[in-house]
Design a binder for this molecule. Structure first.
Ligand SMILES: NC(=O)c1ccc[n+]([C@@H]2O[C@H](COP(=O)([O-])OP(=O)(O)OC[C@H]3O[C@@H](n4cnc5c(N)ncnc54)[C@H](OP(=O)(O)O)[C@@H]3O)[C@@H](O)[C@H]2O)c1
Length: 399
């Protein structure tokens, strides 16, 4: 069918590459481009020989011109951005310059302000419309599948959705005293930021990890969950008409939180530069260099994730509740693609988002969040490509 340029060669990119190679009817050719080209070459080495042809390239995606030049040279149908959120805007600019569709998994945030919101990328709507190309924002699991689940609930089960609780549980154990499951810098910025939830038309801010509850997850059991700010709440508040409350909760172990508190107390999670032996360093970036590489957690991680959405609302005049979720097993993911479940649950939907564009199922000029498209072809693809969903019509609710 066509070609995809994959930017980034980390934990998530590795899963995207594996999944594109499992889907050669759609992805006839891919190019893996990243800052450290040896990582791209290692992926090529591992996966070449199948029906999907693989190329590699060295690329600094902070450089729009170099990115546009690579896009023009390779000639893909779509660019899958699985580098870091800092590169979103330069890659979108390059897609505009080359006239090629765009997919990512995390919204733009400036390096020096730990604040992620869609305003920077939504500002590209008109430019993408005029250029006749599609940008799909946040096609990972959360954001990503969480938004597709909302569109699916809206389409099939509700006349009105009143509340949405997005629950992200990771019951995996990697055996390290402290490590993050995806890029440590992005992960710690997210967890240490203020929390927020949407209620009656506005966002209400909380202190970081201020709201804690316990939820008994299917196939995982009871876990402590903490309310976080999460980017999909911003688009869902706009796109799920009439919704009254949206919350996002994530599980953290006491051990993780104790380590994080100590690191925060001594200043190691700060993004303010400090001068050390005459050189400016950013403590959080130094910490990243010390922590285990998330890509190395695959062989060590045991247990499961459960990520899904609980809805309350009304159908045919009657009150209704609905829970849709996916359970993913870290060890099974490792066996299949050599990665743990956090990279897997992000990489599979990133491939599917690109596939939606390439097959024409989700193609309209402009910049969109996933819940703005028909969820059915995406949900079918989740079942086919390793993230089957499960449903409950009488779930336990979060209080
Ligand atoms: N939506 C979701 O559910 C979800 C969940 C988890 C993660 N994510 C997102 O997925 C993305 C990838 O995460 P990850 O865990 O795979 O991170 P990672 O392992 O740190 O990989 C990031 C990759 O991007 C490359 N990169 C960084 N800056 C670059 C630049 N200027 N030019 C070209 N390449 C560059 C890195 O190159 P080097 O190898 O040289 O460092 C690395 O290969 C992040 O944006 C993360 O926020 C989304």
């Amino acid at each position: 069918m066509g070609k995809a340029l994959i930017i980034g060669a980390g934990g998530v990119a590795s899963v995207v590459v594996h999944k594109c190679c499992q889907n050669p009817e759609v992805f006839e050719e891919i190019c893996i481009a990243s800052r450290t080209v040896s990582k791209c070459e290692a992926l090529k080495e591992k996966l070449q020989g199948g029906r999907t042809k693989i190329q590699t390239a060295q690329l600094d995606a902070d450089d729009t011109e170099a990115t546009a030049a690579l896009i023009k040279k390779f000639g893909p149908d779509v660019v899958i951005n699985v580098a870091l959120p800092y590169q979103d805007l330069t890659i979108m600019d390059a897609c505009l310059a080359a006239g090629v569709h765009y997919v990512d998994t995390a919204n733009y945030e400036p390096k020096d302000v730990a604040k992620f919101e869609y305003k920077w990328q939504w500002a590209y709507r008109e430019k993408f419309e005029k250029a006749g190309i599609t940008a799909i924002l946040g096609s990972g699991f959360d954001p990503g599948v969480s938004g597709v689940f909302c569109a699916y609930a809206q389409k099939h089960y509700f006349d009105e959705i009143h509340t949405i609780d997005i629950l992200d549980a990771n019951a995996g154990d990697h055996g390290y005293p402290f490590a993050t499951n995806f890029n440590p810098e992005i992960n710690i910025r997210e967890v240490t930021a203020k929390g927020s939830f949407f209620e009656n038309g506005k966002f209400i801010e909380t202190e970081p990890l201020e709201i804690k509850k316990v939820y008994n997850f299917p196939q995982i059991g009871p876990k402590d969950i903490y309310l976080l700010h999460h980017e999909e709440m911003e688009s869902l508040a706009v796109n799920i008409k009439g919704v009254r409350r949206i919350r996002f909760f994530m599980t953290f172990s006491q051990n993780y939180l104790t380590h994080l508190r100590v690191l925060q107390n001594v200043g190691m999670t700060s993004i303010e530069p400090v001068v050390y032996e005459g050189r400016e360093i950013i403590p959080l970036q130094f910490l990243k260099a010390l922590l285990p590489d998330p890509a190395s957690l695959g062989p060590r991680t045991k247990g499961k994730t459960n990520i899904g959405c609980i809805f309350t609302g009304v159908k045919d005049g009657k009150k209704k509740t609905y829970y849709v979720y996916n359970v993913c097993d870290h060890e099974k993911c490792y066996k299949e693609v050599g990665s743990q479940a956090i990279s897997y649950t992000t990489g599979v939907p990133a491939m599917i988002g690109a596939m939606m564009i390439m097959t024409g199922a989700w193609k309209k000029p402009g910049v969109y969040n996933v819940e703005e498209f028909d969820p059915d072809p995406f949900m079918d693809a989740l079942n086919k490509f390793g993230l089957p969903f499960e449903e409950s019509f009488s779930p336990e609710l979060v209080d």
